[in-house]
Design a protein around this ligand. Structure first.
Ligand code: MIG
Length: 767
């Protein structure tokens, strides 16, 4: 029998050694264990900040042919060949090393033909370079009954099984529904269900990496990276929710956003070329009685695409006045900032960057130049604190103008004259490194710099939106899914994409409503606003040169239907905000796949055209042209049709009517939901009343309230209301009171009556 490796313990780390390898297991918490092998790469994580390790009891037992390392939640077995197998506390296999060898797919192509095929623009995936001496792979057993979710924004379906993907942040203006391997973000976490048992696996290595989920061979899935250390986290948890909570414990959670950021936002590349155009959109929104909170300014507001400048002349010489005016009416401006700085001596940002040596350079020490919007451009070296601080201070140019949010684009980083060469010197936590290593965290560091800068300048909860991201970026920024197209497959794609982003820790996400590229149609736009109405980030955005897709662009009935859904959205904002308050503590996404709530029901494990909002709202949008009815699967429990309160039993498929103006929507019976007032924007003036609707006969609900703006809630300035309903017995309690004013009246709508309770300040209760 082969000899077991030796081991040595250092607190919660166990170092296993044999003649060839040294593998460390570190117990982070009972449910999180890190696997690490040094491949002489220095550097610490970008995803994980601060010390996450908790004092944890564990034991290590030597068996004849393996060791067993156990916490209360996980058992890891290591054999003589240093295979690692993870089991849950009931001995169910979760993450098991595959013992066989790989059987690469035969793609029927040789190197010469591959070149031609790629030159024509086809994507030939699976090119992992096993001759590279730094290449390594991790191959795990795939069970017949195993589903894999997560991986962030990747295209395709909820369940990634059968597909392969690359992590190499890529600006792709035409992602397909299936089998497009690269996109803007690298979020190397998978959330799996093996024979119904949940687990997570997070590969924390920023180098280009590849995932194959049983496409090459249905018996295994694998991860490979072209460089870097072997560094991954085995994550357990009793439920899928617990796994997501554990993963977001490790990499962080989306902080509570400003409340208005949940309002509707209108955007289009081109609007911002003049104040007149932006004002025209604001006016038209208001005249059309369309609720909204923000207009986005794309690259055209700048002087010749120079970041941190404003084309004053196009804004009547005084953009600050314009932004302030809107602000006084409660409407916000969000402005875009790209990383590429125009190479232009005499331009302040360029000069400062050159003087202070803030831009990335080639191996000869010359500042590296590529092309983006401003023409020749140079790139800030975001892997250094000084550069992040400088960038964050520049954001003050915008916040001083009154700009309320910053939208970071092109930060993969994208470049027009070919990709930035791998050896360009980018810093890694201040030390010289390479583009090869820092590429996938470039957008992350830019978003972090922006978040910190805006926070310092304004004291408000920063609203940052980024296109590129890495695991952990959710702590700093909202994301959108980049350049989709106005085609039905991309409407379909938003459900798995946003749900998988949510499973990967990115709860604050959205897609370009109506589609960015190509020309939308009235029906597509209508179905898009319906399908996306609960997406946390709610923005209609389109490319210059495409046909207009504002809510009024197609006249009636599109405008009325669009308005109806925007009004519905604002009614639900208190619910969405409550979910954010919970998410910031447990990491569970607002918009989520059915499987996250009901993992024991095999029927929900592959659903791509329905989603949940929290635990009790089920959305089944129409995502096919000319469809007017659809099948809806209702999970366990009883459900009420939101529109007519018809009751259905769960665990069945029902057929529902869905004329053009209807979004099939179901509420779990015995749910209480807050129902915001009818408004056309989120006000900074606190609400003094709130309404709750009861679906069914009883229930209980926690409702959160604060000023929706800054960080005072962290000092206890918030209210937590507990609403209890048992048939006609209604009670409202202030479980925590830290924010003034509290609601003066609370109305609870029961099936057949409406009850209003008033606040009595002497007794501090509702009667
Ligand atoms: O190369 O700023 O994804 O939202 O409108 C295009 C112009 C650059 C890409 C973004 C898109 C934005 C556009 N940008």
């Amino acid at each position: 029998m082969a000899k077991l490796p030796t081991y040595q313990q250092d607190h919660q780390t166990i170092i296993f050694k044999n003649s060839a390898r040294e593998i460390q297991l570190t117990i982070i918490t009972p449910e999180i264990i890190r696997v690490y092998e040094n491949h002489s790469e220095s550097g610490t994580s970008y995803a994980i900040e601060g010390d996450k390790q908790k004092p944890t009891d564990y034991r290590i037992i030597q068996k004849p042919d393996h060791y067993e390392i156990s916490t209360s939640a996980l058992t890891i077995k290591m054999d003589a060949a240093m295979h690692l197998d993870a089991y849950d506390s009931n001995n169910h296999p979760l993450i098991i090393d595959y013992r066989g060898s790989r059987t690469p797919l035969d793609r029927g192509i040789d190197e010469e033909h591959k070149k031609f095929v790629q030159e024509e623009g086809h994507n030939v995936p699976g090119a992992d370079d096993q001759n590279n001496p730094h290449y390594f792979q991790v191959v795990k057993d795939l069970a017949a009954d195993e589903q894999i979710y997560g991986l962030g924004d990747k295209t395709g379906y909820m369940n990634k099984r059968g597909y392969e993907y690359d992590d190499w942040n890529t600006d792709n203006p035409a992602p397909h529904l299936e089998n497009f391997t690269r996109l803007y973000k690298s979020i190397p976490v998978i959330i799996g269900l093996k024979a119904g048992h949940p687990y997570g696996l997070f590969f924390d290595n920023p180098y280009r990496s590849h995932f194959d989920f049983g496409k090459e061979n249905p018996d295994y899935y694998f991860y490979s990276a072209e460089d870097g250390n072997l560094n991954y986290y085995l994550i357990g948890g009793k439920t899928l929710k617990a796994v997501v909570t554990n993963y977001t414990y490790l990499t962080g959670r989306t902080p509570l956003p400003q409340k208005w950021t949940l309002g509707y936002q209108q955007s289009r590349w081109g609007y911002s070329a003049s104040q007149k155009m932006v004002q025209g959109i604001v006016d038209k929104m208001q005249q059309s009685d369309l609720p909204f909170d923000a207009i986005h300014l794309d690259i055209d507001y700048m002087q010749g695409y120079r970041v941190f400048t404003w084309d004053d002349a196009a804004y009547a010489g005084n953009p600050k006045k314009f932004v302030t005016n809107l602000k006084n009416q409660g409407k916000k401006i969000v402005a875009i900032i790209d990383p590429g700085v125009k190479k232009d001596p005499g331009y302040k940002i360029y000069d400062q960057g050159i003087q202070n040596d803030y831009f990335v350079k080639d191996l000869q020490g010359k500042v590296y130049v590529n092309q983006v919007w401003p023409g020749d451009a140079v790139f800030p070296d975001f892997g250094r604190t000084a550069v992040q601080d400088w960038w964050g201070k520049n954001d003050q140019f915008l916040t001083d103008m009154g700009v309320a949010g910053i939208w970071n684009d092109m930060n993969e980083p994208a470049s027009f004259q070919g990709e930035i060469p791998q050896d360009i010197v980018f810093s890694d936590h201040g030390r010289p490194s390479t583009h090869k290593k820092m590429h996938n965290v470039y957008g992350h560091n830019m978003a972090k710099a922006t978040y910190e800068g805006v926070k310092r300048a304004t004291g408000r909860r920063p609203f940052v939106i980024t296109r590129a991201a890495y695991s952990g970026t959710q702590k700093y920024s909202t994301v959108w899914t980049g350049d989709n197209h106005s085609i039905w497959p991309h409407l379909q794609l938003l459900i798995p994409q946003l749900c998988n982003l949510g499973m990967s820790g990115f709860t604050f996400a959205g897609t370009d409503i109506g589609g960015f590229g190509s020309d939308t149609t009235p029906e597509l736009l209508t179905r898009w606003i319906e399908a996306a109405i609960f997406s946390p980030l709610l923005r209609n955005h389109s490319a210059m040169g495409t046909r207009a897709q504002e809510p009024w662009a197609f006249g009636e009935p599109t405008l009325s239907i669009y308005r109806k859904f925007l009004k519905l959205r604002y009614r639900f904002i208190p619910y969405l905000y409550d979910l954010f308050a919970r998410e910031s503590k447990n990491g569970l996404p607002l918009m989520r796949p059915l499987v996250l709530n009901d993992e024991n029901d095999p029927r929900v494990r592959n659903i791509n055209d329905q989603y949940m909002v929290g635990d009790s709202v089920l959305v089944a949008p129409i995502v096919q042209p000319s469809q007017r009815k659809r099948l809806v699967y209702l999970p366990a429990g009883k459900w009420l049709d939101f529109w007519n309160h018809q009751e259905y039993d769960g665990q069945q498929d029902i057929v529902v009517d869905a004329p053009l103006d209807k979004l099939p929507l179901f509420i779990k019976k015995e749910t209480i939901l807050p129902w915001g007032p009818e408004v056309n924007q989120i006000s900074e003036t606190p609400d003094t009343t709130m309404t709750f609707n009861v679906y069914g006969d009883s229930g209980s609900y926690h409702h959160y309230q604060d000023n929706g703006l800054d960080f005072k809630y962290q000092q206890g300035e918030f209210n937590d209301y507990l609403i209890n309903v048992d048939h006609d017995q209604v009670s409202v309690k202030l479980v925590h009171q830290g924010f003034q004013p509290v609601y003066q009246h609370v109305t609870v709508n029961l099936k057949n009556q409406s009850i209003t309770l008033d606040y009595h300040s002497d007794t501090e209760d509702y009667k």
